[in-house]
Design a protein around this ligand. Structure first.
Ligand SMILES: Cc1cc2nc3c(=O)[nH]c(=O)nc-3n(C[C@H](O)[C@H](O)[C@H](O)COP(=O)(O)OP(=O)(O)OC[C@H]3O[C@@H](n4cnc5c(N)ncnc54)[C@H](O)[C@@H]3O)c2cc1C
Length: 389
C-alpha cells in the first residue's frame, strides 16, 4: 500500500531542508524530505559562497535576513549542530552615485532593527586598510553579518528534522507530481507513489520541470555561476570578512587560512543553460575578469595562487525575488525556489514563515507577495532582488 505523509518536500537544498524542519517543528506529524542526490546540500547550495548580509531594499527580505541571522547565530542551541556562521561583518564599497540610495535602504533597515551604517572616508580608511580607497564614495558596514558554511547549515537542519522524527530519503528522484483536479495529492518516484497532504516544490533550478508535471507554468531561468578560490600569503592584510564592491561588481569572501572565494556581483551577464547538462568547470575569461576586478579593490591579491574553481547554477526569477508559498486555485502544493543567487542567507527565515503559512492556511499580506501568483498577475518587485536599492 502506498505510504502517506502530511508533507513531502522535494529538494534537500537549504530551502527544502529548512522548510521540512520548520514543518515538523511546527507540529506536523509525518514529514518526508526527498532528494535525488546522495545526501543533503548536493545541488547549488553546496557551492554557495554563503555570504550572510542584510542589505535589501524591500522590508520582506530584510526581515527574512534578520530572522535567518538569528538562526545562524543560535544554530547549535536551536538545531543541535552548528552551521559554521562567522560573524565577521560585511562591507560594501560604493561609488559616490550609489550612496544616497544605500542610505535610504539603511534608514529603512534600521527601523527593522538592523545595525548598519555607511562609513565615511575618514572611517573606512581605518576600518578597511586592505581596500584601495580610490573612487569610493562610502562603505556600507554591517557589523553583525558574515558568512556561514552552506553544507554544515543544511546538515544542521537535516539533523534536527531527523531528531524530531522527520524522514529523509536521498537518491530518491521525484519523477512527477500527481494532481487530481485542483489538488496535488502525491509524488511519484521511480518505484513508488507517496501520498502527501502537501507537496513543497523546493527543487532549485529544476523546480519548473516539477511544476510542469502538474501543468503549472513557472518563469525560472537556470544560469551558470562561477566562483574561484585563491590563496594569498598570510602575512598580507586581507579582509577576514565578506567584502563586496559595487564599483567593480565583484566580491571576495574569506574562507580562512589565507584562502578567499572571488566572484562577480551585479550587474553581470547571465548565460542560460540546461540545468541537467552544463559545463561545471570555470571559464578562463571568468578567472581573469573576476581576479582583475577584485585585485583593483584589494591590491594584496596580487600574485595570489589559484587553488580551485567551479561552475554551479543560479535559479533566477524575473524580478530576482524568490517564489515562496502556495498558489491561488491549487491546494496541497507550495513552492520555495528561485533564490536568484542570493537565496542562502534568507532561506532559514523564509522557510519558517512558509511552514507557518502551510500549517495555518494563511499568512500576512507582505509575505503572501512572494507567491508565484505575483508573476501570474503581472506584478513584480523592482530592482535586482532588492540587493542594492
Ligand atoms: C556559486 C554560488 C554562490 C552563491 N553565493 C551566495 C551567497 O553568498 N549568499 C547567498 O545568500 N546565496 C548565495 N547563492 C545562492 C544560494 O546558494 C541559493 O539560492 C540556494 O542555495 C538555493 O538553495 P535551494 O535549496 O533553493 O536549491 P538547491 O540548492 O538548488 O537545491 C535543490 C535540490 O533539489 C534537488 N532536486 C531537484 N530536482 C529533484 C527531483 N525531481 N527529485 C528530488 N530532488 C530533486 C537537487 O538535487 C537539489 O539538491 C550562491 C549560489 C551559487 C551557485
Amino acid at each position: 500500500m502506498a505510504e502517506t505523509f502530511d508533507a513531502v518536500v522535494v529538494g534537500a537544498g537549504i530551502s527544502g531542508t529548512a522548510t521540512a524542519y520548520h514543518l515538523k517543528k511546527g507540529g506536523m506529524k509525518r514529514v518526508l524530505l526527498l532528494d535525488r542526490e546522495a545526501g543533503v546540500a548536493n545541488g547549488p547550495t553546496r557551492d554557495s559562497a554563503a555570504v550572510v548580509r542584510m542589505h535589501y531594499s524591500e522590508p520582506v527580505l530584510v526581515r527574512a535576513a534578520l530572522d535567518s541571522r538569528e538562526m545562524f547565530r543560535n544554530m547549535k542551541t536551536m538545531l543541535g549542530k552548528d552551521g559554521g556562521f562567522k560573524e565577521r561583518g560585511w562591507f560594501l564599497a560604493l561609488p559616490p552615485g550609489m550612496v544616497p540610495a544605500a542610505q535610504r535602504n539603511i534608514d529603512m533597515q534600521r527601523t527593522l532593527g538592523l545595525d548598519a551604517r555607511i562609513l565615511p572616508k575618514s572611517e573606512f580608511a581605518q576600518m578597511t586598510p586592505w581596500m584601495n580607497p580610490e573612487g569610493v564614495g562610502g562603505v556600507v558596514y554591517e557589523p553583525g553579518s558574515g558568512y556561514a558554511d552552506p553544507v554544515q547549515t543544511t546538515e544542521a537542519f537535516a539533523h534536527a528534522l531527523q531528531q524530531l522524527g522527520g524522514e529523509i530519503r536521498t537518491r530518491a528522484a521525484c519523477r512527477t507530481l500527481i494532481r487530481h483536479g485542483d489538488r496535488v495529492v502525491a509524488v511519484e518516484l521511480d518505484d513508488e507513489t507517496i501520498h502527501a497532504g502537501t507537496v513543497v516544490n523546493a527543487a532549485g533550478p529544476w523546480s519548473k520541470y516539477l511544476a510542469a508535471t502538474i501543468g503549472l507554468d513557472m518563469e525560472l531561468r537556470a544560469v551558470r555561476e562561477q566562483d574561484a578560490i585563491w590563496e594569498v600569503p598570510k602575512s598580507r592584510p586581507m579582509p577576514a570578512c565578506s567584502f563586496s564592491t559595487a564599483i567593480e561588481a565583484a566580491y571576495c569572501r574569506a574562507l580562512g587560512d589565507g584562502r578567499f572565494i572571488l566572484g562577480l556581483g551585479y550587474p553581470k551577464e547571465y548565460h542560460d543553460v540546461d540545468p541537467y547538462n552544463y559545463k561545471r568547470t570555470m571559464d578562463d575569461d571568468f578567472r581573469m575578469v573576476a581576479f582583475d576586478k577584485n585585485v583593483k579593490r584589494l591590491p594584496n591579491l596580487q600574485g595570489a595562487k589559484l587553488l580551485s574553481s567551479y561552475a554551479s547554477l543560479y535559479d533566477i526569477t524575473p524580478d530576482f525575488y524568490p517564489y515562496v508559498g502556495p498558489r491561488e486555485g491549487i491546494s496541497g502544493y507550495a513552492e520555495f525556489c528561485g533564490g536568484s543567487g542570493h537565496g542562502f542567507k534568507i532561506a532559514p527565515g523564509l522557510s519558517q514563515k512558509l511552514a507557518r503559512w502551510i500549517l495555518d492556511g494563511r499568512t500576512d499580506k507582505e509575505f503572501a507577495g512572494l507567491s508565484y501568483d505575483r508573476i501570474a498577475k503581472g506584478k513584480r518587485y523592482g530592482g535586482l532582488g532588492g540587493n542594492r536599492g
